[in-house]
Design a protein around this ligand. Structure first.
Ligand code: HEM
Length: 316
Protein backbone atom coordinates (compact mmCIF):
# COMPACT_ATOMS: atom_id res chain seq x y z
CA UNK A 1 0.00 0.00 0.00
CA UNK A 2 3.05 2.25 0.25
CA UNK A 3 2.08 3.12 3.84
CA UNK A 4 4.02 2.94 7.09
CA UNK A 5 2.93 -0.35 8.67
CA UNK A 6 4.12 0.51 12.20
CA UNK A 7 1.83 3.56 12.30
CA UNK A 8 -1.08 1.27 11.50
CA UNK A 9 0.00 -1.15 14.24
CA UNK A 10 0.21 1.74 16.71
CA UNK A 11 -3.36 2.68 15.80
CA UNK A 12 -4.48 -0.89 16.30
CA UNK A 13 -3.01 -0.98 19.83
CA UNK A 14 -4.70 2.28 20.75
CA UNK A 15 -8.16 1.60 19.40
CA UNK A 16 -10.88 0.24 21.69
CA UNK A 17 -12.18 -3.32 21.52
CA UNK A 18 -14.98 -3.81 19.10
CA UNK A 19 -18.30 -4.43 20.83
CA UNK A 20 -21.36 -6.22 19.53
CA UNK A 21 -23.55 -3.18 20.17
CA UNK A 22 -21.29 -0.87 18.14
CA UNK A 23 -20.78 -3.32 15.29
CA UNK A 24 -24.50 -4.02 14.87
CA UNK A 25 -25.46 -0.45 15.70
CA UNK A 26 -28.01 -1.70 18.17
CA UNK A 27 -28.60 1.62 19.91
CA UNK A 28 -29.31 3.44 16.65
CA UNK A 29 -31.42 0.58 15.36
CA UNK A 30 -33.65 0.71 18.41
CA UNK A 31 -34.31 4.43 17.98
CA UNK A 32 -35.89 3.88 14.57
CA UNK A 33 -39.36 2.84 15.74
CA UNK A 34 -41.60 5.86 16.13
CA UNK A 35 -45.29 5.02 16.48
CA UNK A 36 -47.75 7.77 15.54
CA UNK A 37 -50.33 6.68 18.13
CA UNK A 38 -50.43 5.14 21.62
CA UNK A 39 -51.93 1.82 20.43
CA UNK A 40 -49.34 -0.79 21.57
CA UNK A 41 -49.78 -2.96 18.46
CA UNK A 42 -48.57 -0.20 16.17
CA UNK A 43 -45.01 -1.11 17.24
CA UNK A 44 -45.48 -4.59 15.76
CA UNK A 45 -46.65 -3.03 12.51
CA UNK A 46 -43.63 -0.72 12.25
CA UNK A 47 -41.03 -3.32 13.23
CA UNK A 48 -42.43 -5.93 10.87
CA UNK A 49 -42.26 -3.45 7.98
CA UNK A 50 -38.67 -2.66 8.93
CA UNK A 51 -37.77 -6.36 9.05
CA UNK A 52 -39.26 -6.73 5.57
CA UNK A 53 -37.29 -3.77 4.22
CA UNK A 54 -34.07 -5.33 5.57
CA UNK A 55 -34.82 -8.58 3.74
CA UNK A 56 -35.53 -6.53 0.61
CA UNK A 57 -32.13 -4.91 1.09
CA UNK A 58 -30.48 -8.32 1.32
CA UNK A 59 -32.28 -9.41 -1.86
CA UNK A 60 -31.07 -6.31 -3.72
CA UNK A 61 -27.57 -6.96 -2.44
CA UNK A 62 -27.61 -10.40 -4.09
CA UNK A 63 -29.14 -9.05 -7.31
CA UNK A 64 -26.48 -6.33 -7.50
CA UNK A 65 -23.72 -8.92 -7.21
CA UNK A 66 -25.24 -11.09 -9.93
CA UNK A 67 -25.61 -8.04 -12.19
CA UNK A 68 -21.87 -7.38 -11.80
CA UNK A 69 -20.84 -11.05 -12.22
CA UNK A 70 -19.74 -11.43 -8.58
CA UNK A 71 -16.72 -10.05 -6.84
CA UNK A 72 -13.64 -11.89 -5.77
CA UNK A 73 -12.03 -11.07 -2.44
CA UNK A 74 -8.64 -12.73 -1.94
CA UNK A 75 -7.80 -14.64 1.25
CA UNK A 76 -5.72 -11.66 2.44
CA UNK A 77 -8.81 -9.44 2.09
CA UNK A 78 -7.70 -7.81 -1.13
CA UNK A 79 -10.60 -6.80 -3.38
CA UNK A 80 -9.92 -8.19 -6.85
CA UNK A 81 -12.87 -6.34 -8.38
CA UNK A 82 -15.81 -7.64 -10.39
CA UNK A 83 -15.40 -10.84 -12.41
CA UNK A 84 -15.31 -10.77 -16.21
CA UNK A 85 -17.90 -13.51 -16.49
CA UNK A 86 -20.79 -14.78 -14.40
CA UNK A 87 -20.48 -18.38 -13.23
CA UNK A 88 -23.57 -20.58 -13.22
CA UNK A 89 -22.77 -21.75 -9.68
CA UNK A 90 -22.55 -18.18 -8.42
CA UNK A 91 -25.83 -17.25 -10.08
CA UNK A 92 -27.61 -20.29 -8.63
CA UNK A 93 -26.35 -19.71 -5.10
CA UNK A 94 -27.44 -16.06 -5.08
CA UNK A 95 -30.90 -16.80 -6.48
CA UNK A 96 -31.31 -19.51 -3.83
CA UNK A 97 -30.35 -17.01 -1.15
CA UNK A 98 -33.09 -14.61 -2.29
CA UNK A 99 -35.53 -17.50 -2.29
CA UNK A 100 -34.69 -18.13 1.35
CA UNK A 101 -35.23 -14.46 2.21
CA UNK A 102 -38.65 -14.49 0.58
CA UNK A 103 -39.57 -17.83 2.14
CA UNK A 104 -38.76 -16.34 5.55
CA UNK A 105 -40.90 -13.31 4.74
CA UNK A 106 -43.83 -15.35 3.47
CA UNK A 107 -43.81 -17.59 6.52
CA UNK A 108 -43.36 -14.77 9.00
CA UNK A 109 -46.29 -12.82 7.56
CA UNK A 110 -48.41 -14.61 10.19
CA UNK A 111 -46.86 -12.06 12.57
CA UNK A 112 -49.08 -9.53 10.81
CA UNK A 113 -52.08 -11.74 10.10
CA UNK A 114 -52.37 -13.23 13.60
CA UNK A 115 -50.30 -10.86 15.67
CA UNK A 116 -52.26 -7.64 16.03
CA UNK A 117 -55.64 -6.86 17.56
CA UNK A 118 -57.88 -5.96 14.62
CA UNK A 119 -59.58 -3.27 16.71
CA UNK A 120 -56.26 -1.56 17.41
CA UNK A 121 -55.20 -1.91 13.78
CA UNK A 122 -58.42 -0.32 12.54
CA UNK A 123 -57.81 2.67 14.79
CA UNK A 124 -54.08 3.31 14.37
CA UNK A 125 -54.10 2.86 10.59
CA UNK A 126 -56.22 6.00 10.32
CA UNK A 127 -53.28 7.97 11.70
CA UNK A 128 -51.06 6.67 8.89
CA UNK A 129 -52.98 8.02 5.89
CA UNK A 130 -52.05 8.15 3.05
CA UNK A 131 -48.90 6.07 3.68
CA UNK A 132 -48.98 2.48 2.43
CA UNK A 133 -46.58 -0.42 1.89
CA UNK A 134 -47.41 0.32 -1.73
CA UNK A 135 -44.78 3.04 -1.38
CA UNK A 136 -41.95 0.58 -0.69
CA UNK A 137 -39.28 1.73 -3.14
CA UNK A 138 -37.10 -1.35 -2.57
CA UNK A 139 -39.97 -3.67 -3.51
CA UNK A 140 -40.17 -1.95 -6.90
CA UNK A 141 -36.39 -2.00 -7.34
CA UNK A 142 -36.44 -5.79 -6.88
CA UNK A 143 -39.10 -6.08 -9.58
CA UNK A 144 -37.30 -3.80 -12.03
CA UNK A 145 -34.00 -5.64 -11.52
CA UNK A 146 -35.54 -9.08 -11.97
CA UNK A 147 -36.96 -8.91 -15.48
CA UNK A 148 -37.32 -6.68 -18.56
CA UNK A 149 -39.85 -3.89 -17.88
CA UNK A 150 -42.14 -5.34 -20.53
CA UNK A 151 -43.00 -8.32 -18.32
CA UNK A 152 -44.40 -6.15 -15.53
CA UNK A 153 -46.53 -3.84 -17.64
CA UNK A 154 -50.31 -3.97 -17.37
CA UNK A 155 -51.29 -7.10 -19.21
CA UNK A 156 -53.87 -5.52 -21.53
CA UNK A 157 -51.33 -3.08 -23.09
CA UNK A 158 -48.17 -5.19 -22.81
CA UNK A 159 -48.05 -6.41 -26.39
CA UNK A 160 -48.96 -3.07 -27.96
CA UNK A 161 -46.08 -1.17 -26.37
CA UNK A 162 -43.50 -3.94 -26.28
CA UNK A 163 -41.05 -2.10 -28.55
CA UNK A 164 -41.48 1.38 -27.12
CA UNK A 165 -38.83 3.20 -25.07
CA UNK A 166 -38.56 2.81 -21.30
CA UNK A 167 -39.96 6.31 -20.77
CA UNK A 168 -42.98 5.42 -22.91
CA UNK A 169 -43.54 2.05 -21.24
CA UNK A 170 -43.06 3.24 -17.66
CA UNK A 171 -46.52 4.87 -17.24
CA UNK A 172 -48.04 1.44 -17.86
CA UNK A 173 -46.18 -0.46 -15.15
CA UNK A 174 -48.72 -2.79 -13.52
CA UNK A 175 -48.90 -1.05 -10.15
CA UNK A 176 -50.16 2.27 -11.54
CA UNK A 177 -53.46 0.52 -12.08
CA UNK A 178 -53.69 -0.52 -8.44
CA UNK A 179 -53.25 2.97 -7.13
CA UNK A 180 -56.45 4.45 -8.43
CA UNK A 181 -59.18 5.82 -6.23
CA UNK A 182 -62.18 3.54 -5.97
CA UNK A 183 -64.55 6.52 -6.06
CA UNK A 184 -63.13 8.67 -8.85
CA UNK A 185 -60.76 6.41 -10.82
CA UNK A 186 -58.04 9.08 -10.33
CA UNK A 187 -54.43 8.52 -9.20
CA UNK A 188 -54.34 8.23 -5.41
CA UNK A 189 -52.34 10.63 -3.27
CA UNK A 190 -50.34 7.55 -2.23
CA UNK A 191 -49.24 7.09 -5.85
CA UNK A 192 -48.66 10.78 -6.54
CA UNK A 193 -46.32 11.11 -3.57
CA UNK A 194 -44.58 7.85 -4.41
CA UNK A 195 -43.91 9.03 -7.97
CA UNK A 196 -42.71 12.44 -6.85
CA UNK A 197 -40.10 10.77 -4.68
CA UNK A 198 -38.98 7.84 -6.83
CA UNK A 199 -39.89 8.28 -10.51
CA UNK A 200 -36.49 9.52 -11.72
CA UNK A 201 -34.63 6.97 -9.64
CA UNK A 202 -36.84 4.18 -10.99
CA UNK A 203 -36.28 5.17 -14.62
CA UNK A 204 -32.51 5.27 -14.26
CA UNK A 205 -32.60 1.98 -12.32
CA UNK A 206 -34.64 0.29 -15.08
CA UNK A 207 -32.13 1.55 -17.66
CA UNK A 208 -29.23 0.35 -15.56
CA UNK A 209 -30.70 -3.13 -15.34
CA UNK A 210 -31.88 -3.32 -18.94
CA UNK A 211 -28.99 -5.60 -19.87
CA UNK A 212 -28.15 -7.07 -16.49
CA UNK A 213 -31.48 -7.93 -14.86
CA UNK A 214 -31.82 -11.46 -13.51
CA UNK A 215 -33.46 -12.76 -16.67
CA UNK A 216 -30.75 -11.30 -18.93
CA UNK A 217 -28.00 -12.69 -16.68
CA UNK A 218 -29.63 -16.09 -16.78
CA UNK A 219 -29.74 -15.93 -20.58
CA UNK A 220 -26.03 -15.10 -20.63
CA UNK A 221 -25.18 -18.46 -19.02
CA UNK A 222 -24.15 -21.47 -21.08
CA UNK A 223 -27.29 -23.32 -22.20
CA UNK A 224 -25.49 -26.64 -21.77
CA UNK A 225 -24.21 -25.97 -18.28
CA UNK A 226 -24.91 -29.01 -16.07
CA UNK A 227 -26.53 -26.67 -13.51
CA UNK A 228 -29.20 -25.49 -15.97
CA UNK A 229 -31.94 -27.68 -14.51
CA UNK A 230 -31.26 -26.55 -10.94
CA UNK A 231 -31.09 -22.93 -12.04
CA UNK A 232 -34.43 -23.12 -13.82
CA UNK A 233 -35.96 -24.67 -10.74
CA UNK A 234 -34.52 -21.88 -8.57
CA UNK A 235 -35.82 -19.21 -10.95
CA UNK A 236 -39.28 -20.75 -11.00
CA UNK A 237 -39.29 -20.70 -7.19
CA UNK A 238 -38.14 -17.08 -7.31
CA UNK A 239 -41.03 -16.20 -9.61
CA UNK A 240 -43.49 -17.88 -7.27
CA UNK A 241 -41.92 -16.46 -4.12
CA UNK A 242 -41.93 -12.85 -5.28
CA UNK A 243 -45.06 -12.86 -7.44
CA UNK A 244 -47.39 -15.36 -5.78
CA UNK A 245 -46.46 -16.57 -2.28
CA UNK A 246 -45.41 -13.27 -0.72
CA UNK A 247 -48.24 -11.30 -2.39
CA UNK A 248 -50.77 -13.88 -1.19
CA UNK A 249 -49.45 -13.91 2.38
CA UNK A 250 -49.73 -10.13 2.23
CA UNK A 251 -53.20 -10.23 0.68
CA UNK A 252 -54.28 -12.50 3.51
CA UNK A 253 -53.52 -9.68 5.95
CA UNK A 254 -55.51 -7.19 3.87
CA UNK A 255 -58.46 -9.61 3.90
CA UNK A 256 -58.16 -10.13 7.65
CA UNK A 257 -57.95 -6.47 8.62
CA UNK A 258 -59.87 -4.68 5.89
CA UNK A 259 -62.63 -7.12 4.98
CA UNK A 260 -65.84 -6.25 6.77
CA UNK A 261 -69.31 -7.64 6.95
CA UNK A 262 -70.87 -4.86 4.96
CA UNK A 263 -68.49 -3.69 2.24
CA UNK A 264 -64.75 -3.66 2.62
CA UNK A 265 -62.85 -1.07 4.57
CA UNK A 266 -61.13 1.31 2.21
CA UNK A 267 -57.37 0.79 2.28
CA UNK A 268 -55.23 3.56 3.71
CA UNK A 269 -54.18 4.38 0.15
CA UNK A 270 -57.85 4.46 -0.92
CA UNK A 271 -57.22 1.85 -3.63
CA UNK A 272 -59.27 -0.89 -5.21
CA UNK A 273 -57.15 -3.46 -3.35
CA UNK A 274 -59.53 -6.44 -3.74
CA UNK A 275 -59.34 -6.17 -7.51
CA UNK A 276 -55.69 -5.27 -7.52
CA UNK A 277 -53.69 -7.28 -4.99
CA UNK A 278 -54.49 -10.93 -5.91
CA UNK A 279 -51.75 -12.35 -8.19
CA UNK A 280 -54.35 -13.97 -10.42
CA UNK A 281 -55.43 -10.46 -11.47
CA UNK A 282 -51.98 -8.85 -11.63
CA UNK A 283 -50.45 -11.80 -13.45
CA UNK A 284 -46.94 -10.64 -12.83
CA UNK A 285 -44.56 -13.26 -14.16
CA UNK A 286 -40.87 -12.43 -14.29
CA UNK A 287 -39.78 -15.43 -16.34
CA UNK A 288 -42.70 -16.49 -18.59
CA UNK A 289 -40.41 -18.58 -20.77
CA UNK A 290 -39.96 -20.95 -17.83
CA UNK A 291 -43.71 -21.65 -17.48
CA UNK A 292 -46.15 -23.50 -19.71
CA UNK A 293 -49.12 -21.63 -21.10
CA UNK A 294 -51.42 -23.49 -18.74
CA UNK A 295 -49.28 -22.60 -15.73
CA UNK A 296 -49.38 -18.96 -16.79
CA UNK A 297 -53.16 -19.07 -17.16
CA UNK A 298 -53.54 -20.62 -13.71
CA UNK A 299 -51.11 -18.12 -12.13
CA UNK A 300 -51.89 -17.52 -8.46
CA UNK A 301 -55.17 -19.44 -8.37
CA UNK A 302 -54.84 -22.68 -6.37
CA UNK A 303 -52.97 -21.26 -3.44
CA UNK A 304 -55.34 -18.41 -2.84
CA UNK A 305 -58.28 -20.77 -2.63
CA UNK A 306 -56.60 -23.01 -0.11
CA UNK A 307 -54.79 -20.47 2.04
CA UNK A 308 -57.20 -17.63 2.19
CA UNK A 309 -60.64 -19.02 1.79
CA UNK A 310 -60.13 -22.56 3.16
CA UNK A 311 -61.17 -25.59 1.15
CA UNK A 312 -64.76 -24.36 0.64
CA UNK A 313 -66.24 -23.11 -2.59
CA UNK A 314 -64.87 -19.83 -3.78
CA UNK A 315 -66.46 -17.24 -5.97
CA UNK A 316 -63.58 -16.20 -8.23
C1 HEM B 1 -51.90 -5.60 8.38
C2 HEM B 1 -50.98 -5.56 7.49
C3 HEM B 1 -51.15 -4.99 6.11
C4 HEM B 1 -52.28 -4.58 5.43
C5 HEM B 1 -53.71 -4.60 5.92
C6 HEM B 1 -51.84 -4.13 4.12
C7 HEM B 1 -52.68 -3.62 3.15
C8 HEM B 1 -52.29 -3.22 1.89
C9 HEM B 1 -53.18 -2.72 0.87
C10 HEM B 1 -54.66 -2.53 1.02
C11 HEM B 1 -52.43 -2.44 -0.23
C12 HEM B 1 -52.91 -1.85 -1.57
C13 HEM B 1 -52.46 -0.42 -1.67
C14 HEM B 1 -53.22 0.47 -0.72
O1 HEM B 1 -54.42 0.65 -0.92
O2 HEM B 1 -52.64 0.96 0.25
C15 HEM B 1 -51.07 -2.80 0.08
C16 HEM B 1 -50.01 -2.72 -0.78
C17 HEM B 1 -48.73 -3.08 -0.48
N1 HEM B 1 -48.24 -3.40 0.78
FE1 HEM B 1 -49.34 -3.84 2.37
N2 HEM B 1 -50.48 -4.27 4.02
C18 HEM B 1 -50.02 -4.80 5.20
C19 HEM B 1 -48.70 -5.07 5.53
C20 HEM B 1 -47.63 -4.88 4.68
C21 HEM B 1 -46.27 -5.16 5.03
C22 HEM B 1 -45.76 -5.70 6.36
C23 HEM B 1 -45.51 -4.83 3.96
C24 HEM B 1 -44.02 -4.91 3.92
C25 HEM B 1 -43.25 -3.98 3.37
C26 HEM B 1 -46.41 -4.36 2.91
C27 HEM B 1 -46.03 -3.98 1.64
C28 HEM B 1 -46.90 -3.67 0.64
C29 HEM B 1 -46.51 -3.53 -0.75
C30 HEM B 1 -45.12 -3.74 -1.34
C31 HEM B 1 -47.66 -3.18 -1.45
C32 HEM B 1 -47.79 -3.00 -2.96
C33 HEM B 1 -48.17 -4.37 -3.56
C34 HEM B 1 -48.39 -4.35 -5.05
O3 HEM B 1 -48.25 -3.29 -5.68
O4 HEM B 1 -48.72 -5.41 -5.61
N3 HEM B 1 -47.69 -4.40 3.40
N4 HEM B 1 -51.01 -3.26 1.39
Amino acid sequence: MGQDISSYLDGLLLSNYLNYWDYVNVDTLLTLQKPKTDFPDELIFIIYHQITELYFKLSLHEIEQIANNGREIAANGEDKGWNEELSAQYFLERVERINRYFEALTKSFEIMVQGMEPEQFKRFRMALLPASGFQSGQYRLIEFASTPLYHILQKDVRDDIKDKSIEEQYPYVYWKKGATEVETGKKTLTLEQFEAKYKNEFISWIKRFEDCNLWKKYKSLDENDPLQEKIQKALRSYDLNVNVFWPLAHYKSAVKYLQQQEGDAPATGGTNWQKYLPPRFQKRIFFPELWTEEEQNEWGKGWVVQQIFGSGKVDN
